[in-house]
Design a protein around this ligand. Structure first.
Ligand code: HEC
Ligand code: HEC
Ligand code: HEC
Length: 416
């Protein structure tokens, strides 16, 4: 007994040293001053950064672009994005190309600390070297902003970053920087979706440990919204076509289905800025991952239920959503009965749309986007549940269970 204890005591420092060697990443040298970007690569980098949604996460509401500070709420606490402008003190102005590449490929900051996977490096890791380098040149060409990163608000022990080495061992499949072997639109779309688009970080759903569920794209929840399965888009009563998908991704509105709302909205706003061929490639890839429909589970519901639902809908919604409403006739808007928000298995997206409405887009192209007022202040959870049942019945699908309770839960989490 005594001998075993002695052996453990002797070996423990060795084990700790090995573990330390494993989790420890060296600091990489700082550049003496922010580098001069290459203008040809800056243009290529603009496309990469738009496809990668870098600005979406690295800009706080009303904040300077790329200066960080956006709170990302996770089940483990709140993580704030960092400043990736070329400011030498608070940004990445002194990060070499090598340091930047290591961050995207392995989730390690220049000084060697491990980054939280709220930064989707598990996807960016498979970017090509050419795309990563172009992104570096583009970011180095932005206006430097002096902004200290905000401290995270995480549950212990996750505040201790070396733990992330274990998470990485489970979930990080490091890429080698080589371009995809296959060519053509589907292969390009697959590359974009897997790496820059990181579509799976919302559409695959998360395991308890915060990794993405396998097989991918089976649907998930993000910030209280449903991110629908991407493998069943051609099933159900309102199947998508390839050109509808391309329209939706590029403009945020498909006349056949509805508008991009919640966390999908910024994704489509950025895709508006990338070449049409990249969006077409994403649509082609989406069509290639569709599963054949399982046996029909769709039960038609004939009559609309209680009159109160209809009356509430007439009062609050019909002005815009009734078939004869001017918005529907003049602007040729999609019918509610074709939207995944109504047809989906889960009511979250319907409830969030009614509670929060759909804001005017901050659109630099001067395009008037979809607008819907928020009803959080005017409708109760019971009323929202009643309207939901009515809208579901009108679409020919059975009411969701527990809509009222779900509405109460989501209302508590509304962004203030
Ligand atoms: C889903 C949100 C999200 C997206 C999209 C995103 N980032 Fe980040 N990024 C973060 C967060 C959060 C951190 C901070 C992580 C931490 O502190 O551990 C971060 C950190 C970084 C860092 C490390 C900076 C530092 O100071 O340590 C770099 C570099 C970076 N991101 C670059 C990018 C690039 C380039 C893109 C686009 C290709 C991008 N990010 C897209 C959320 C995001
Ligand atoms: C930040 C999370 C997030 C990311 C990243 C994301 N999505 Fe989404 N997506 C959502 C949410 C939430 C919805 C539902 C929103 C709605 O109904 O308006 C959605 C809706 C969609 C829809 C409509 C589905 C339907 O049935 O109505 C498509 C198609 C789609 N996303 C494709 C993509 C593709 C392709 C990518 C990657 C390029 C992507 N999404 C990246 C969150 C995300
Ligand atoms: C001022 C006009 C207006 C009113 C009033 C309004 N909406 Fe909307 N709603 C819109 C617009 C615009 C969209 C975006 C889609 C589109 O353009 O058709 C939308 C989208 C939706 C969607 C998502 C459909 C999609 O795009 O996927 C749902 C669900 C919805 N509305 C429900 C309601 C309900 C329920 C009410 C009443 C409580 C209501 N709306 C009241 C204008 C309105």
């Amino acid at each position: 007994m005594k001998k075993t204890l002695l052996a453990i005591a002797a070996l423990a420092p060795l084990a700790l040293a090995l573990l330390y060697g494993w989790v420890h990443e060296p600091a990489l040298p700082a550049l003496p001053a922010p580098p001069k970007p290459d203008s040809a690569l800056v243009a290529a980098g603009a496309r990469v950064v738009a496809l990668g949604d870098c600005m979406v996460c690295h800009t706080a509401p009303h904040g300077m672009p790329y200066a960080g500070g956006l709170p990302l709420r996770t089940p483990f606490g709140t993580i704030y994005s960092t400043n990736i402008t070329p400011d030498p003190e608070t940004g990445i102005g002194r990060w070499s190309q090598e340091a930047f590449r290591r961050a995207l490929r392995r989730g390690v900051a220049r000084d060697g600390h491990l980054l939280y996977p709220a930064f989707p490096y598990t996807h960016y890791t498979r970017m090509t070297d050419a795309d990563i380098d172009a992104a570096w040149h583009y970011l180095m060409s932005r206006t430097p902003v002096h902004a200290e990163p905000r401290a995270n608000d995480l549950l212990f022990p996750l505040t201790w970053r070396p733990l992330l080495a274990f998470w990485n061992a489970l979930y990080l499949k490091t890429g080698d920087g080589a371009p995809p072997a296959a060519t053509g639109a589907v292969a390009r779309g697959r590359y974009l979706a897997d790496t820059l688009g990181h579509c799976g970080s919302c559409h695959s759903g998360l395991t308890l440990a915060g990794g993405e569920r396998q097989p991918p794209f089976g649907g998930g929840m993000i910030d209280g919204w449903t991110a629908p399965a991407l493998t069943r888009l051609t099933q159900g009563p309102a199947p998508w076509t390839e050109s509808e998908l391309a329209d939706y991704l590029r403009t945020g509105l498909s006349r056949g289905h509805g508008a991009a709302k919640g966390p999908m909205r910024p994704v489509t706003e950025r895709l508006a800025d990338v070449p049409g061929e990249d969006v077409a490639a994403l649509a082609a890839w989406l069509m290639s991952i569709q599963q054949p429909a399982a046996t029909a589970t769709h039960t038609a519901v004939a009559a609309r239920p209680a009159a109160t639902g209809q009356a509430l809908f007439e009062g609050a919604c019909a002005g815009c959503h009734a078939t004869a409403a001017p918005m529907m006739r003049l602007a040729a808007r999609p019918a509610l009965a074709r939207s995944s928000a109504v047809l989906g298995e889960h009511p979250a997206t319907f409830i969030q749309t009614v509670l929060q409405g759909i804001a005017w887009p901050a659109d630099q192209h001067g395009q008037a986007g979809p607008y819907m007022p928020a009803f959080a202040a005017t409708l109760t959870d019971a009323q929202i549940a009643t309207i939901a049942a009515d809208v579901r019945a009108a679409a020919g699908v059975p009411a969701w269970p527990d809509t009222e309770r779900e509405s109460a839960r989501l209302r508590k989490e509304l962004p203030r």
